[in-house]
Design a protein around this ligand. Structure first.
Ligand code: NAI
Length: 271
């Protein structure tokens, strides 16, 4: 058996039956990760604030997986009670938690002269504060299962870009959060890692205010800003999340894994 095949088998078999909570699971990277985890036999609890979109994902997961029914835990994670309810519902339904994927997040454009405090709060509340609270509430359950956490950071955590100040700050915080929590939880055998995607084709740019033409220009420019000459796809990030969550990564913790076609290694940095 080739080592790649071994890795795939280990990835698949070790995620089978694992109770996995994925936030922001109705779209883009979160939805792609949900579908991949379902294919690998995981039991899913899926959160998103977009309830209508979220309802479409479990059907897809059940159809492509082993028929397992998945739990929906909809709600806005910037609301503290919603975060508490999310964890309570997962534990009430499954009795345990093995994997937490902190994926929900937003992008906002603007720099120090143009981003007001409302933007700062809006971005930090979901990209950092909600992750802090959700992780804190999940940790006791992850310690019991010797589970793991995968945070979805960004190349913007590792490199500075003009025009997305608060977003860069938020992802940088998540990157450091990953390492600090990894060291705290390592003695309890809970692994904590992050993925740092480059530009990935999703709706995040539209949600941040770019129209179709601006998005097309941005994605075209990504051919120059990524060494591999293209933006990435959702599946490429989902596979890396699955790898880090699986036993194939059993000796990996505190890592921020770049999934960015080499962008982190490039200079000068340009958004
Ligand atoms: P997306 O916009 O397609 O999906 C994000 C999901 O998070 C949406 O379904 C949205 O409803 C949900 N969400 C946002 N705020 C929420 C809240 N308060 N409570 C619950 N759910 C909420 O975007 P995408 O690209 O899939 O982004 C996922 C993660 O990947 C984000 O953290 C983003 O920062 C990160 N990322 C994305 C990159 C890209 O180029 N698409 C690059 C690097 C990182």
């Amino acid at each position: 058996m080739t080592s790649q095949l071994c890795c795939l088998v280990l990835m698949g078999s070790s995620l089978k039956g694992k109770v996995t909570l994925i936030t922001g699971a109705s779209s883009g990277i979160g939805a792609g990760t949900a579908v991949l985890f379902a294919k690998l036999g995981a039991i899913l609890a899926l959160n998103d604030k977009d309830v209508e979109n979220l309802k479409k994902v479990p059907k897809e997961c059940t159809e492509c997986g082993d028929g397992t029914q998945h739990l929906l835990v909809p709600g806005d994670l910037t609301d503290e009670d919603t975060v508490k309810k999310t964890v309570e519902e997962v534990i009430a339904r499954f009795g345990r938690l093995d994997v937490l994927v902190n994926n929900a997040g937003i992008l906002a454009f603007g720099g120090i002269e143009t981003s007001d405090l409302a933007t700062y709060d809006r971005v930090m509340n979901i990209n950092v504060r909600s992750v802090y609270q959700l992780t804190q509430l999940c940790v006791p359950h992850l310690i019991k299962t010797k589970g793991c956490i995968v945070n979805v950071a960004s190349v913007a955590a590792l490199r500075a870009y003009p025009g997305t100040l608060v977003y860069c700050m938020s992802k940088s915080a998540l990157d450091q959060f990953t390492r600090c929590v990894a060291l705290e939880l390592a003695p309890k055998q809970v692994r904590v890692n992050a993925v740092c995607p480059g530009v990935i084709v999703t709706n995040i740019f539209k949600r941040a205010g770019l129209d179709a033409k601006e998005t097309a220009v941005f994605l075209e420019k990504s051919k120059q800003t990524h060494a591999l000459g293209r933006p990435g796809e959702v599946d490429e990030v989902a596979h890396s999340i699955a790898f880090l969550a699986s036993d194939a990564a059993s000796f990996i913790t505190g890592v921020s894994l770049s999934i960015d076609g080499g962008r982190h290694a490039m200079s000068p940095c340009e958004i």
